[in-house]
Design a protein around this ligand. Structure first.
Ligand SMILES: Cc1ncc(COP(=O)(O)O)c(C=O)c1O
Length: 392
């Protein structure tokens, strides 16, 4: 062997979702497993025209190195949308990079990090590189429970990682009163909140609830992304942070990649600067609302008694809980044999898992296939329930 892995790398495991996605690449598989946005939502022509404008207007600038914090006009545009000063905004290479950078500058080995129950698997992957001790904060159908942020739970915590809008994986949205209570509690305990919000703009009726950032700009780092409103292949996200913390994150970003690609940032700016999102977002919302409804209708028709799921008001995910004693990982094996896939809930839990839960992603599957896939899933569950009844 020519190499010795770091202790950190030894501990890395492949994401459970990636393993499932390998199976779902077969065209006959109806996959509710992936978390990808629908390609039908990409504004291809607008992005193509933006590329041309960038090449005509300032090709050399777009092909040169740029500032670590990001392209000035795009920072200004993001700042204006959030009502903050541009010095608080940094462009990142996807919001996934923002998670990594926050891990780098905020987590020491063994330090407590507070997370929702369940939470985004990709955040756990990013933070785990820095070997925190996860503390799962009690959450219910409306999200984090502010009263669970007791002094014992929050002691020494480096931050709380929270997704208030259409959370990945549960699709739930936190009501305004709870947001206020959460921000006040975190403020009282001196805990920084990392607010990750890739899905907030995908509310089906267009309503936006106030961000956690707007409630305490000095105690919240907000992450956003162009992945779900333009296209994920651009790898363009951003963070909004108090200036002193942002300067530290900029040092970490310099070490990581110097800066996010100049070209992509300019293309994104040219794409959105004249208000494209005002006309484009309603199209994505209508598309996803229709897909969600198709799945909810099919679930209502095909699920056996005792199976529970939520009715998301936005985003890309439905969360399901199977009746005792079914296990979502076991049922998945049967579903895959019949060419239907989903992601079991277990990997989304930082500590104690709930093996009965699973996530259904519905935006990349056509409505007719959604109906077929849910019918098969219902059948698998009926069968699994019949088998467990016979065993008793
Ligand atoms: C909650 C959450 N945060 C961050 C990301 C990363 O997105 P990106 O790096 O494409 O901005 C995702 C992607 O699915 C996500 O669901």
């Amino acid at each position: 062997m020519y190499w010795t892995l770091s202790r950190r790398a030894e501990q890395l495991t492949s994401s459970a979702i990636r393993e499932i996605l390998k199976v779902t690449e077969r065209p006959e598989v109806i996959s509710f497993a992936g978390g990808l946005p629908s390609p039908a939502s990409f504004p291809v022509e607008a992005i193509e025209q933006a590329c041309r404008r960038v090449f005509v207007d300032d090709p050399h600038g777009a092909l040169q190195y740029g500032p670590t914090e990001g392209y000035g006009p795009l920072r200004e545009w993001i700042a204006a949308r959030h009502g903050v000063a541009a010095e608080r905004v940094m462009l990142t290479t996807g919001s996934q990079q923002a998670l990594d950078l926050l891990g780098k500058v905020l987590i020491d080995t063994g330090a407590p990090v507070l997370v929702e129950t369940p939470t985004y698997l990709g955040a756990l992957q990013a933070f785990s590189m820095f070997e925190p001790r996860y503390v799962s904060v009690a959450s219910d159908d409306l999200g984090l429970v502010p009263e669970a942020m007791t002094p014992e739970v929050t002691r020494g915590a480096r931050f709380l990682y929270a997704q208030p809008n259409f959370q990945n994986p549960t699709g739930r949205r936190m009501p305004v009163e709870r947001r206020r209570a959460l921000v006040e509690t975190a403020q009282a305990r001196g805990v920084l909140i990392v607010e990750d919000d890739p899905y907030g703009e995908l509310s089906y009726d267009g309503t936006q609830l106030p961000s956690l950032l707007s409630m305490n700009p000095d105690g919240v780092v907000r992450l956003g992304t162009f992945s779900k409103v333009l296209a994920p292949g651009m790898r363009l996200g951003y963070l909004i942070a108090p200036p002193a913390l942002l300067r530290k994150i900029a040092q970490a970003k310099q070490a990581a990649d110097l800066h996010t690609p100049s070209f992509t940032q300019r293309v994104a700016y040219e794409t959105v600067r004249d208000g494209l999102l005002d006309t484009h977002l309603p199209k994505i919302r209508a598309l996803y609302a229709g897909q969600c409804q198709a799945m909810l209708d099919a679930l209502g028709q095909h699920m056996p008694a005792g199976v529970h799921w939520n009715r998301p008001e936005g985003g890309m995910f439905i969360w399901m809980r199977l009746p005792d004693p079914l296990d979502a990982s076991t049922v998945l094996q049967q579903a895959i044999e019949r060419n239907v896939a989903y992601v079991p809930g277990a990997p989304f839990y930082a500590n104690t898992t709930d093996p009965r839960t699973l996530r259904l992603a519905f935006v990349t599957v056509a409505s007719e296939r959604i109906r077929q896939g849910v019918a098969v899933l219902g059948d698998c569950l009926q069968q699994a329930l019949a088998e467990t009844a016979a065993a008793h």
